[in-house]
Ligand binder design. Sequence first.
Ligand SMILES: Cc1ncc(COP(=O)(O)O)c(C=O)c1O
Length: 497
Amino acid sequence: MDYQLLFNRYKSQHIGRKQTQQRLLYNCLREAILSGQLLAGAQLMGSRSLAQELKVARNTVLYAYEHLATEGLLQTRGRQTFVQHLAPIKAEAVIAPLNLAPVTLEPVTLRPAASALSPRAQCSQLQPDSSENLIAFMPGVPALAEFPIHVWRRYVERAWRQITYRQLDYGEAAGEPELRAAIAEHLTSTRGVRCSAEQVFITDGTQQSLDLCAHALASAGDCAWIENPGYTGAYQALKAAELNVRGIAVDEQGMAPSAEDWAQHSPKLIYLTPSHQFPLGSVMSVERRMALIESAKARGAIIIEDDYDSEFRRDGSPLPAMQGLVEDAPVVHLGTFSKTLFPALRIGFMVLPKGLVAPITAMMHDLFPRGRSADQLALAEFLRSGQFAIHLRKMRRLYAARRDALVAAIEKHLGDSVTICGGSSGIHITIELPESLVDADISKAAAAKNIAVPALSKLATGPVLRNGLMLGYAQVPEQDMERYILVLAGIIKRAMG
Ligand SMILES: Cc1ncc(COP(=O)(O)O)c(C=O)c1O
């Protein structure tokens, strides 16, 4: 083996990538072993000789040998070093060879086929979605360009300055006490939630909260209700926990279960978006909330209240949360900072009934060790200092203006053809299409024009009951609204003939 040639080729192929000599040599030898250029059983040069040949420090060679041995790629016997015998790996899966010696490796599949996944995991395989990277009208994304990064950075920097060594260890199972207290205070004063800080559990966002609830509060095969149409993320979480998911139709007052639903498909969990039904935008009436709470209590069911975007209510303050309507309501209240701040923060929370605090603490401790104290402490201070409230006020005004511009554009260009639903809260509206149109076709045609308007039929959690589109307006500046709606109107009108 010409080590100098091997090393020089590797270096020339990785010019521009900043790596220490130690790292370069380690990576070079690693690649040579994995691609079969250095064959199993081959003896490597002694560290001193190799260092001389490559004109590097001996420590550089020792570093590379030591790390490769730790990874099980090299073996030392006495003062000699050999390439380990590895299990055969699939030829195309290994790192690109350096064209020195062609090798044929016995093919073995490294990546398991989809069929190897459990039924639970298969239900959450990514559906190819052409609208994935589109911006205009993509629902669920707040106005990222308006987020005060410079302010947030100050809070994060301060949190890191003040962090203690204790906070570098695994965090408390339910999250940092400062953040839990700040959230409890915020929820009590703005959402009418009845809770103490002990009931607040920090999670990596609502998706994780849903996954936890689905696994911890129901058993495989139990019945779980979800609104139809409803939030795909919740549907997937319930399915992934192997629950028997039943889509319950929604009317203008929210989820409307029939007597038959209660009698024949009594649920263990009921997932709801009462403050702003996802996706149709209706607000659940107090009567309906009370009736659901009473029935859930009587049957031992737990309601999961997803309060994902209620902070952006247009007219007056947000309606109080369902959780606080009655003492000891069987409700787990979920919230997220994905809409109020930004999704990549990945911080959400669950407010649990008192009786669930101890068992869920134990479960979180065992299964989901917490960390990222600095982010949590920064957020706690952001809430306590009033910056959160300032940001919300600004966003509320901005979203109201964007919503008005959107509604005006729809009325102007599509007025007779569609019905607008929702809009009193949140950051999206829906439009119902005439029966003669297929929403999925319109959605696909819009995606081809860089407009992301998911079809309501794709959000069906049971029989398809609605034909329409969802439009998120948070990211679209007022002045661009009409331009995009004109494109969408063109597609809809062409489809109508
Ligand atoms: C209904 C609903 N709940 C929750 C979320 C947010 O979840 P997460 O906190 O996991 O970002 C979304 C995001 O789009 C949503 O639409």
